[in-house]
Design a protein. Sequence first.
Length: 280
Amino acid sequence: METDRRARPLPASPTSKEHTNMEAVLSPVEPGRRHVAQAPAAITAVNLTRRFGEGDTSVHALRGVSLGVASGQLTAVMGPSGSGKSTLMHILAGLDRPSGGSVEIAGTEITTLGDKQLTRLRREHIGFIFQFFNLLPMLTAEENVLLPMELAGVKPDPAWVKELTAKVGLSERLSHRPSELSGGQQQRVAVARALLSRPTVMFADEPTGNLDSTTSAEILELLRDAVSSFGQTTVMVTHDAHAAAIADRILFLADGRIVKDLGPSNAGQILVAMEEVSAL
Ligand code: ADP
Ligand code: MG
């Protein structure tokens, strides 16, 4: 599978671009080096913790995560199962609340918002793509795409709806229900649904986890294209080194902490990093 679609300079040494998460937030960028920290942050998270349950049986899913999600970039999040990837995404997207720490989305601190304000902020600023598509079975593809904006009481620009559904390759399938669509087509519907409001950040949690490799490559191409052609800030959790190879930045979580932070890397470099992280 050909996933490394853009020409990128290789790092001088494999470790030269690693830095700690606080440096990513705080340090000035070295001149002349292309790095995601140059872009302004769409989301800034500081010292996030998340504990599930109380007492002896409680689980520390996040143990102090700080990061800035750069605007107009694709950030991949990798790490072993149970390392806290989904928990981090849900908190960054305002779907879950942290036990401690802060999250700012488009300049608004979300951890202190009430439920109604949070829902409104999510509708305006967040798109989410799930592993199992999460389409409503009784709605057509087009109705699924339009639903979030309908709930928000916003009328989408018909020209944009047309452009977007064509871009994701759904023009001929708009009146089909999810049960009449393949997995790849259902995920295309989910991608269009997430992109329709031009969200500040689009999140994708294992978006290719339920697709074969050819279909995965097509969906990854769509995600990359959204970033490259209209600057869609995107955060994607993935297990797949080929998927992470389309990213501008790759964060590795282990046991609730960011343990590695790479710039653009090829699948081979990512596999090496994954092995290092699982050995921690
Ligand atoms: P990942 O997405 O990296 O596989 P998760 O963020 O789903 O990891 O989970 C991190 C840890 O938190 C795991 O130990 C998981 O069992 C635990 N966890 C996640 N969600 C809940 C929950 N709702 N209740 C209790 N424990 C949870
Ligand atoms: Mg997960």
